[in-house]
Design a binder for this molecule. Structure first.
Ligand SMILES: Cc1cc2nc3c(=O)[nH]c(=O)nc-3n(C[C@H](O)[C@H](O)[C@H](O)COP(=O)(O)OP(=O)(O)OC[C@H]3O[C@@H](n4cnc5c(N)ncnc54)[C@H](O)[C@@H]3O)c2cc1C
Length: 329
């Protein structure tokens, strides 16, 4: 990105739960944005009701201004959201828009880039301003290469993966100004309407794509995920699976990690009864610390593991869970 980036605020799309709680990856994103924005500050785009608690939370994170989007169309549709974010971006004079990397937000980013001519980078796992340009780090080719890409246009759009930084409150809290925007939605964006939304039953565990800890079960579980779930719960993590496990119907397909599933980059990945096939690695190799539990000492996952335990997962995982509980008293 050119020097103009630092001449205006950084705009962050503020994803939130249906109840209006700011999601953890957004907290991380605002933390990252503060470092990039400098004096120009961080502003946010918020769709829907804005509860007082959320506004206070955004103030603690140092957000200066919250643009509340009001539209008669459904802002869950990416075509509508992209138009709304662009109208806010233009009015705020923000040269850089940051979004959490999710399927929906990557679609929003692509639409923004097409309509504005902005340079777009998706799935960034590092972000900095270098010589006046925004430079993003990105892991590619199934986690085997790390690349750096610079945005060369005056407006940039970047989607950033969860867990890229640790969320932290600002040194000085703000009282964010709330600005209402009546969004004009084009006929083109109204070509699709949302007919129905059904909330998935909550598992009580964090979202797989953004969890700090992910415990994964493979064929070695033989369909019994109880040990995997127990360790995930002790660690406050999400449960993932290999394609073998999802194809067998042992767990839902939305838990599949890998080339044809979800890509995760948690701080801690624990693979139990997972061989480490290349298709699976593609979705987890960028994890911070990789722990593997496998009864076969020659399993390929040990090549990329930071800590490898050769053993039966039904012995090792419950022991680990019990020890963690003991340490926590
Ligand atoms: C086009 C394509 C796309 C694919 N996409 C994906 C994808 O997105 N995600 C994905 O995961 N796979 C994907 N696959 C499948 C992938 O190639 C592997 O087949 C799969 O990842 C293997 O799953 P697994 O590790 O559970 O099973 P296996 O490879 O069979 O490994 C099971 C492991 O469990 C160990 N084990 C057995 N019992 C125990 C025990 N009691 N305790 C501890 N260890 C034990 C074994 O030693 C073994 O290493 C794809 C394949 C293709 C062709």
């Amino acid at each position: 990105m050119t020097a103009e980036t630092t001449s205006g605020p950084v705009l962050v799309l503020l994803d939130h739960t249906a109840e209006g709680t700011v999601r953890t990856p957004v907290r991380e994103l605002v933390t990252l944005a503060r470092g990039l924005a400098g004096d120009a500050g961080v502003e946010g785009a918020w769709a829907g009701e804005l509860p007082a608690g959320a506004l206070e939370d955004l103030g603690r994170l140092g957000v200066r201004r919250v643009h509340r989007l009001a539209t008669d169309a459904d802002a869950h549709l990416t075509a509508v959201l992209a138009e709304a974010v662009e109208q806010v971006r233009a009015s705020a004079g923000a040269p850089l828009v940051l979004l959490v990397s999710s399927f929906e937000n990557k679609e929003v980013a692509a639409r923004l880039a097409v309509t504005t001519g902005a340079g777009v980078i998706t799935d960034a796992d590092a972000l900095a301003v270098e010589d006046g340009r925004v430079v993003a780090g990105k892991t590619v080719f199934a986690g085997t290469w790390t690349t750096r890409c610079a945005i060369t246009t005056s407006t940039g759009v970047v989607t950033v993966k969860p867990n890229t930084v640790t969320a932290a409150d600002a040194e000085t809290a703000t009282v964010p100004e709330v600005v209402d925007h009546a969004v004009a939605v084009s006929e083109r964006a109204r070509r699709v309407v949302l007919v129905e939304r059904t909330e998935r039953p909550a598992s009580g565990r964090p979202d797989l794509g953004s969890a700090h800890v992910v415990v994964v079960g493979g064929r070695g579980t033989d369909g019994d995920f109880s040990a995997v779930e127990e360790l995930a719960d002790v660690l406050g993590g999400a449960v993932g699976a290999t394609r073998v496990a999802t194809d067998e119907g042992w767990i839902g397909h939305d838990a599949q990690i890998g080339q044809t599933g979800v890509t995760v980059a948690p701080r801690l990945y624990v693979g139990a009864g997972v061989s480490g096939a290349v298709h699976h690695r593609g979705g987890m190799q960028a994890s911070g610390t990789i722990v593997a539990v496998n009864s076969d000492a020659d399993a390929p996952i040990f090549e990329i593991a930071d800590l490898g335990i050769v053993g039966d997962l039904f012995t090792v995982l419950p022991q680990a869970a019990a020890e963690l509980r003991r340490l926590r008293g």
